[in-house]
Design a protein around this ligand. Structure first.
Ligand code: GLA
Length: 632
C-alpha cells in the first residue's frame, strides 16, 4: 500500500520532473539563461574530502584533524572552506522512523542522549571554525561501497531494509535531515545504487541488497535511461531548494561521466564528475584531466566540470614528486575544477601546504569571470591552456604530458595578443618575470606545467571574442542527437582492475559537443579554407545562450565548417537579443565563403546564437561562428 509519505515522495518527484528544463529539442529562443543557478557555486568550490585520504576508514578525529590544519596552515584563508565526509559514515537506516543512523563508533559526537544520532555537533564545530560541512549519499538505495563491496568494514549493517541508506524513496526526508537538522552545506550524490545493483550483483543474488534494475549502464548509452536519471537528480535539486531557504548549499553530482551527464549536468547541479575515479598515478590524472579539459563551454559560474578530487600528496603526486604535484594542481586550477584536497593533512610538509596554498594559482581558479581555460595548443605531448581573467589579462599553462624535457614556443597568437607589442610574463610558481614580443621559447621539464600571468596588447581592441568568455556561454543545445563516446581522453590503466579487464576504452559521451576555438570534433575552425583562430565550433541545430550585458554589438563570420562530412545540407545562423531576432544569415552550404553577421546588442542581457538546418537531419553538420565577438 502507498502511504502518505510515499505519496509525498512521488509528488515531489513529479513536481521536480515538471520543473525540469525545457525539452532538449527546443531551438526557439527564450531570452533566458537556462542553466542551473541554484546553490552557491559562483566560483568552483574549495575544500577537503575524506575519500582520497582515508577511503572508508573515515572518522571524526581524522576529519577534525584535517579541518584544524586547514585553518592553522592558512589554507582556510586561502579559500578552502568545505570539509566533506565521503562514503563510510553511515551505520543503517532506522526502518521504524526512516531516519538515518550515524556510525557512532567512528563519529562519537553524533550520539544524542535520546539514543538517536546527529551530525549537528560536528557541523557546529566546523562552522565555529569558520568552515562549511559536506555530506555524501547515493541516488539509489545503496552506496558505492555496498555496490562494489569496497570498504566492507564500514559499510552499513543490518537487514536488507536497514542497509538501504541511499536517497531513493527517501529524497525529501534525507535532504531535510542533512540540511535542516544536521546543518550540512554541501552534498555529493553518487550513483552506484542505480548502476550496479542488478540481479548479477552477488550481494543482490544472496539477498543482502534489494535488486534495482540499473538505469545507468556505464558501457552502453542506449541501455541507460537518461530521463529517469535526470528525474532523480532533479528531485534531489528540488529537495535541496525546499530545505535550504537561504540557498546556501552546493549540489555535487557523481555519476562519473556516465548517462551523457557531461552534456546536461549544468541544468541540474553545481558540479559534476566528468569521469571515473582519479587515482594517484600520472596516467590516471591525465585521464581525468582530459575528461573535462575540452568541455570548456559546459562550465560557467554556477556549474563546473569536476574531474574528481585532488590527489596532491600521494603516489605520483607525493612529496618525492613536487613537479607532478604542481602540475596536477595547476591544471585543476586552470580548468576551474573544484579544488578539493584529498590528503591526510597531518602528513603534509610545508612544501605540500605551499603547493595547495599557492595564492596566485588559487586566484586563477577563483577568478570571478569563471572562464574555464581553453586549449590554445593541443597534442598528446604538450598542451597550452589559456584562461581569460576578469581583468582581461591571460593566464597560460604550458603542460608537458611526457616524461621527457620538451621545448615549447609560446606565441602572441596563442594568447590573442598582438605580436608587435611586448608581452610580460610572470611565472606563478617561481615568481620570476620575463618579457617577449611575438614568440618565446621555453623548456618544459618532464611532467612540468609552467603557469604564467600574461599581460599584452589584445589583438581585438575594444571587445572580446566569445571563445575568450566561456563563462558567459551556456550551451542550451549542442546539436548532438546520438551521444557518442569521446575518443580524446587518455586511456589509463584503471588501478583497481589493472589488466584484468579489456582496458580503458572510450566511454564518456559528449563527442561532437560545442567547443571554443575548435570544431566540435577538435579540428581547427575553417570555413571554405579560411582558418579562424578565434570562434565557436558547434553542430547545427544548436542554441547557445550568451550573457551579453555591458557589450554594444555582436559580429561574426559564419559558415559551415570544413570538417563537415557531408556537403548536401544547408544551414542558417540566427542571432537573438533577449528573445528578439536581431540578425540572420542566408541559407549557407558546404564550401560557401564565410558570411558576415552583425547585430546591435545595446541593452541586451541574453544573446542567443541559433543554427538551423534546412532539412531535418539526425546528422547536423559542424558550423563555425568565426571570430565571434562582442564589442563594447
Ligand atoms: C565512488 C565515487 C568516489 C567515492 C566512492 C565512495 O566511486 O566516484 O569518489 O565517493 O564512490 O564509495
Amino acid at each position: 500500500m502507498i502511504g502518505p509519505r510515499q505519496l509525498a515522495g512521488i509528488a515531489a518527484c513529479v513536481l521536480a520532473a515538471l520543473a525540469l528544463p525545457a525539452s532538449a529539442d527546443e531551438l526557439e529562443p527564450t531570452g533566458e539563461w537556462s542553466a542551473y543557478d541554484k546553490g552557491k557555486a559562483q566560483l568552483p568550490p574549495m575544500g577537503w574530502n575524506s575519500w582520497n585520504a582515508f577511503y572508508h576508514d573515515v572518522d571524526e578525529e581524522k576529519v577534525l584533524a584535517s579541518a584544524a590544519i586547514i585553518v592553522e596552515s592558512g589554507l582556510a584563508e586561502a579559500g578552502y572552506r568545505y570539509i566533506n565526509i565521503d562514503d563510510g559514515w553511515w551505520l543503517k537506516r532506522d526502518t521504524q522512523t526512516g531516519r538515518m543512523v550515524i556510525r557512532t563508533a567512528t563519529f562519537p559526537s553524533a550520539a544524542l542522549p535520546d539514543g538517536r544520532t546527529s551530525f549537528r555537533p560536528l557541523t557546529d564545530r566546523l562552522h565555529a571554525m569558520g568552515l562549511k560541512a559536506g555530506i555524501y549519499s547515493d541516488i539509489g538505495r545503496n552506496s558505492c561501497g555496498q555496490t562494489f563491496g569496497h570498504g566492507a568494514a564500514n559499510n552499513p549493517a543490518g537487514t536488507q531494509a536497514e542497509r538501504e541508506v541511499g536517497l531513493y524513496d527517501h529524497i525529501d526526508r534525507d535532504i531535510r535531515l542533512y540540511f535542516e537538522e544536521w546543518g550540512f552545506d554541501y552534498i555529493k550524490v553518487d550513483g552506484c545504487g542505480i548502476r550496479g545493483m542488478g540481479a548479477d550483483n552477488p550481494n543482490v543474488a544472496s539477498g543482502i541488497y534489494r535488486q534495482f534494475d540499473p538505469i545507468i549502464d556505464f558501457d552502453s548509452i542506449s541501455r541507460t535511461d537518461i530521463p529517469a536519471v535526470q528525474a532523480l537528480f532533479g528531485a534531489v535539486g528540488a529537495a535541496l531548494e525546499r530545505h535550504n531557504p537561504d540557498g546556501d548549499f552546493l549540489y555535487s553530482l557523481c555519476i562519473w561521466g556516465a548517462a551523457d551527464v557531461r552534456s546536461w549536468f549544468k541544468d541540474y547541479g553545481n558540479i559534476s564528475r566528468t569521469s571515473d575515479d582519479i587515482a594517484p598515478y600520472w596516467g590516471r590524472m591525465l585521464h581525468n584531466l582530459d575528461s573535462a579539459s575540452r568541455r570548456e563551454l559546459y562550465a560557467q559560474p554556477g556549474n563546473w566540470n569536476d574531474p574528481d578530487m585532488l590527489f596532491v600528496g600521494t603516489g605520483d603526486f607525493g612529496a618525492l614528486h613536487p613537479v607532478e604535484a604542481r602540475s596536477h594542481f595547476s591544471l585543476w586550477a586552470m580548468i576551474n575544477a573544484p579544488l578539493i584536497i584529498g590528503y591526510d593533512l597531518r602528513k603534509a610538509s610545508p612544501e605540500q601546504i605551499a603547493i595547495l596554498g599557492n595564492r596566485a594559482l588559487i586566484a586563477l581558479n577563483q577568478d570571478p569571470a569563471g572562464n574555464q581555460a581553453v586549449l590554445a595548443f593541443d597534442s598528446e605531448e604538450i598542451q597550452f591552456f589559456v584562461k581569460t581573467l576578469a581583468d582581461e589579462n591571460k593566464a597560460v599553462a604550458l603542460f608537458n604530458r611526457t616524461a621527457q624535457p620538451l621545448e615549447a614556443t609560446l606565441t602572441a597568437k596563442h594568447l590573442k595578443f598582438t605580436d608587435d607589442a611586448e608581452i610580460a610574463l610572470t611565472d606563478l610558481w617561481s615568481g620570476e618575470s620575463r618579457a617577449f614580443t611575438g614568440a618565446e621559447e621555453l623548456t618544459l621539464a618532464p611532467h612540468e606545467t609552467r603557469v604564467f600571468l600574461a599581460r599584452g596588447t589584445r589583438a581585438l581592441p575594444g571587445g572580446m571574442y566569445l571563445s575568450e568568455m566561456p563563462g558567459r556561454i551556456n550551451v542550451a543545445r549542442d546539436g548532438v542527437i546520438h551521444p557518442e563516446p569521446d575518443p580524446m581522453i587518455h586511456r589509463a590503466i584503471v588501478p583497481w582492475e589493472n589488466t584484468r579487464s579489456a582496458g580503458e576504452r572510450p566511454r564518456y559521451t559528449g563527442w561532437g559537443g560545442a567547443r571554443a576555438d575548435a570544431s566540435p570534433y577538435g579540428q581547427v575552425l575553417r570555413i571554405a579554407d579560411r582558418e579562424f583562430t578565434a570562434g565557436l565550433g558547434v553542430l547545427a541545430n544548436s542554441r547557445l545562450e550568451v550573457r551579453s550585458g555591458g557589450f554594444g554589438s555582436f559580429s561574426a563570420l559564419v559558415g559551415m565548417d570544413d570538417s563537415a562530412a557531408e556537403d548536401d545540407q544547408r544551414i542558417r545562423f540566427e542571432v537573438y537579443g533577449d528573445g528578439t531576432l536581431l540578425a540572420a544569415s542566408d541559407w549557407i552550404g558546404f564550401g560557401d565563403p564565410a558570411s558576415e553577421l552583425k547585430a546591435d546588442t545595446n541593452g541586451t542581457e541574453i544573446l542567443e546564437l541559433v543554427i538551423r538546418t534546412e532539412t531535418s537531419t539526425d546528422r547536423p553538420p559542424p558550423a563555425t561562428w568565426g571570430d565571434a565577438a562582442l564589442m563594447r
